[in-house]
Design a protein around this ligand. Structure first.
Ligand SMILES: Cc1cc2nc3c(=O)[nH]c(=O)nc-3n(C[C@H](O)[C@H](O)[C@H](O)COP(=O)(O)O)c2cc1C
Length: 206
């Protein structure tokens, strides 16, 4: 076994000061998810175990470690909105992860404006330049290789409507870097901001 390689089996612990897993699988885009509970109370929270999984129809998903308010609301209403986190919105996003009772509206907590969606009944974040309106397609409780249930829920939703600030379109082409999206790194507090200087192009082999 090489001395140059740190090897571990996660079920026996990583033996490092901080779990490297989410620093390795990173930086990750953030699912800033707005929902509404059955009584109408609004909720907004960030989820970085998040990604896109299909083009047509577009499907996105995020994982909740524990059955959190966001998952409960989506199970109740079948709807959620995804909002892009950009650098000017990073601090507000961070405020919305506070562990507060379900009746606390994180829009108010973070000084954000709920804006009515067009297709679903859940509002999006007015300050965010891109939002997806989504309908729940699958709610999957994760399990181990031995089939034991994990207290984690993967929520998948079809994107049924898209809002893009025209300022992010460059001759009609969506310009990822122009939005200055924020991605989550590892550790307790690492984030990355994407700007145009990180762009490189590589065509696929024919
Ligand atoms: C950048 C960021 C990413 C996060 N990603 C996740 C995640 O992927 N899964 C999760 O369960 N919690 C995640 N959290 C923590 C939740 O946002 C937090 O538990 C929040 O209170 C959940 O809100 P809710 O109970 O209203 O759904 C993240 C927090 C931050 C700041």
């Amino acid at each position: 076994m090489s001395d140059d390689v740190h090897f571990y089996e996660p079920r026996h612990g990583h033996r490092l000061p901080h779990d490297p897993f989410n620093a390795i699988v990173g930086p990750r885009p953030i699912g800033w998810i707005s929902t509404r509970d059955r009584k109408g109370c609004l909720n907004l929270a960030p989820y970085s175990f998040f990604n896109a999984f299909n083009y047509t129809p577009p499907i996105i998903g995020f994982s909740s470690n524990g059955y959190k308010d966001t998952v409960r609301n989506i199970e109740q209403t079948g709807e959620f909105a995804w909002n892009l986190v950009t650098r000017p919105l990073a601090e507000a996003m961070n405020k919305t992860c506070a562990d507060v009772p379900p009746e606390v509206d994180e829009f108010v907590l973070a000084g954000l404006t709920p804006l009515a969606s067009r297709v679903i009944g859940v509002p999006r974040v007015a300050e965010s330049p891109v939002s997806f309106e989504c309908r729940l397609t699958q709610l999957v409780q994760l399990q181990t290789v031995r089939g034991a249930k994990v207290q984690t829920w993967l929520t998948l939703g079809e994107v049924v409507a898209v809002h893009i600030s025209k300022a992010l379109l460059n001759q009609g082409v969506y310009d990822t870097a122009r939005a200055h999206p924020v991605l989550r790194g590892g550790g307790a507090a690492d984030y990355f901001e994407i700007g145009p200087e990180r762009l490189f192009r590589m065509a696929r082999p024919r």
